[in-house]
Design a protein around this ligand. Structure first.
Ligand code: NAP
Length: 298
């Protein structure tokens, strides 16, 4: 008797940005639910790609947003695609190219990682390009789900060095409150939109359950890690100098400064119900984030 070897069917979900902060959490969430996916990666040998390739149900395909032929190959046979790039000067053109190629390939549904307060008239360049891409997806006639998360709690990991060495992290943000969100909840919403009905043509504003100051976040983090952590408010010029020294491209550095000014004005303090609406679960609070990530700061 020969057993019949049925090849596993090709995934119908495509992830972009799957080696990044949100994408890794999304890949993990899909894997936990036993859902196969294809992931476009530009660095096949990178450790993050290798971790991704080791996930059961992951089909890793090489590609780059700047290589249209690779996008066409990756989009073949796809029913729902998750669109994410980081916010660089190329992001708008890269995402618009992806949208057009998805339309040409007949991909019915795009799930786009956008940003809280995306608006074509925003003074924040990141919020303008996200709004432009959202509009292009609508204009292309594609079914969409737009995820507009607020500032990521996991952004604090970028300050791991100064938190460990000096017990401090920095931002030009003052006493502003921000309804920060755990990336794992963004991933849960994305997974729902990619795998369930009911998220068609929805825009989800995604926040955590409370708006916190950075000083309050520092206090929660200190309690979780067991050593003093304080937040230091700095002038925008100081951040500009730091980013220039770190070699940040000017476009991105100015965008970050615009982003921080938007937070400083209190424009990201509203608590929204998007996570609950999309997943039926409340979002994680900052205390849970601090507890779960404390080992990373020790
Ligand atoms: N940080 C926040 O607090 C926040 C808040 C709201 C919204 N957002 C939005 O979140 C997005 C960033 O998400 P993230 O933090 O998860 O990003 P990330 O960690 O910087 O990851 C970016 C991903 O995009 C991939 N990528 C970049 N350029 C590419 C190219 N040319 N071709 C193929 N792949 C490419 C990267 O691949 P490699 O691994 O090869 O680099 C990586 O997988 C931005 O759109 C931002 O506006 C951020």
């Amino acid at each position: 008797m020969h057993s019949l070897q049925v090849p596993p069917s090709a995934p119908t979900i495509l992830l972009t940005g799957a080696t990044g902060t949100v994408g890794q959490a999304l890949a993990q969430t899909l894997a936990e639910r036993g859902i196969a996916f294809r992931a476009l990666v530009r660095q096949p040998g990178a450790p993050a790609t290798q971790r991704l390739a080791a996930i059961a149900g992951a089909e890793v395909v090489p590609g780059d947003f700047d290589d249209p032929a690779s996008l066409q190959r990756a989009l073949t046979g796809i029913e729902r695609a998750f669109l994410l790039t980081n916010s660089t000067e190329q992001a708008e053109a890269q995402q618009l190219r992806f949208v057009e190629l998805a339309r040409q390939a007949g991909v019915p549904h795009l799930v786009k990682l956008s940003q809280w307060a995306a608006d074509a008239a925003s003074p924040v360049r990141f919020l303008r390009y996200h709004a432009t891409v959202e509009q292009a997806i609508r204009a292309a006639g594609l079914t969409f789900t737009f995820l507009r998360p607020n500032l990521f709690m996991q952004g604090l990991l970028a300050f791991k060095g100064s938190i460990q060495a000096q017990g401090q992290f920095f931002a030009p943000i003052g006493e502003a409150r921000i309804s920060v969100i755990d990336v794992r909840d963004i991933a849960a919403v994305a997974a729902a939109a990619l795998t369930e009905p009911g998220h068609e043509n929805q825009t989800y504003n995604l926040t955590g359950p409370a708006a916190l100051t950075h000083a309050e976040m520092a206090a929660h983090l200190a309690a979780a890690v067991g050593y003093p952590v304080t937040f230091v408010d700095v002038a925008p010029a100081a951040l500009r100098g730091y980013l220039a020294e770190a070699g940040f491209p000017e476009w991105q550095a100015e965008g970050l400064l615009e982003d921080y000014a938007h937070y400083h004005r209190g424009e990201a303090a509203v608590v929204a119900a998007g996570v609950q609406q999309a997943t039926g679960q409340p979002p994680r609070d900052f205390v849970a984030f601090a507890r779960d990530y404390a080992p990373a700061f020790r």
